[in-house]
Design a protein around this ligand. Structure first.
Ligand code: 3PY
Length: 250
């Protein structure tokens, strides 16, 4: 791929801050000198530890969600400014688990994405179809629509801080992986829609990741595809040797 690859771990709801500290101690030497950008997205409670531990390393730190309001009476929520102030650089929006279990919609993904970009974060926007949708043959239309809505109101300049992750829902946390050709097909479709919205130059510069049970064994083949510019890694991101192997493949 022409773009610098980004390998991002999505820790999900795993690791206490104490456990995160030991995991990062193992990750830092394992990914040192990587040829791609390396990011770990941790639970909110581990972000302070992660920022401290990753300072001066090649690992960037991200959150797994962010609220779209700047501040106020939103008990339990975290704003983009709060993340920025900690030294967090990335945030995931629209992960399918949030869409499935926490009533996330295309509209709220768009609001979160815009708020995070306005605050200065780099956003990993997740899109992807369910198994039923794939079987109905609407994958491309659906992913195009998710991408367009998520990026509504995002400027071409801000696109420099947008990463899009294609995560087929049927491949998330299931051990099922899209084939490299399936991943390529949809990542290319996403690049096409970015091109329609922002022009060829922005489309060519945008990092598009594949996510969904990417692991040490299948990373090479997935990452060899021209439109797959990295990965959003679930379970394997909690295993230093596996995560390092994926980073090395990128
Ligand atoms: C997975 O690989 O399961 C993911 O959801 C990555 O975000």
């Amino acid at each position: 791929a022409k773009r610098k690859a980004v390998i991002a771990g999505n820790w999900k709801m795993n690791k206490t801050a104490t456990e995160a500290a030991s995991l990062i101690d193992a990750l830092v030497p394992a990914v040192q000198g990587a040829g791609c950008d390396v990011v770990i997205c941790t639970p909110f409670t581990s972000l302070c530890t992660a920022v401290e531990k990753c300072a001066g390393t090649n690992i960037g730190v991200g959150a797994e969600n962010v609220h779209f309001e700047k501040s106020g009476a939103f008990t339990g929520e975290i704003s983009a400014d709060m993340l920025m102030d900690l030294g967090v650089k990335y945030v995931i929006t629209g992960h399918s688990e949030r869409r499935q279990y926490f009533a996330e919609t295309d509209e709220t993904v768009n609001k979160r994405t815009k708020a995070a970009l306005a605050a200065g974060l780099t956003v990993i926007v997740c899109v992807g179809e369910s198994l039923a949708q794939r079987e109905q043959g609407v994958t491309e239309e659906l992913v195009r629509m998710q991408t367009k809505i998520a990026l509504g109101g995002v400027s071409a300049e801000e696109m420099a801080r947008v990463i899009i992750a294609y995560e087929p829902v049927w491949a998330i946390g299931t051990g099922r992986t899209a084939t490299a050709d399936q991943a390529q097909e949809v990542c290319a479709a996403i690049r096409k829609v970015v091109g329609e919205l922002y022009g060829e130059a922005v489309a060519e510069a945008t990092t598009i990741q594949y996510g969904g049970s990417m692991n040490a064994a299948n990373a090479d083949e997935l990452l060899s595809k021209p439109d797959v510019d990295g990965g959003l890694i679930g379970g394997a991101s909690l295993k230093p040797a596996d995560f390092a192997a994926i980073v090395a493949a990128a």
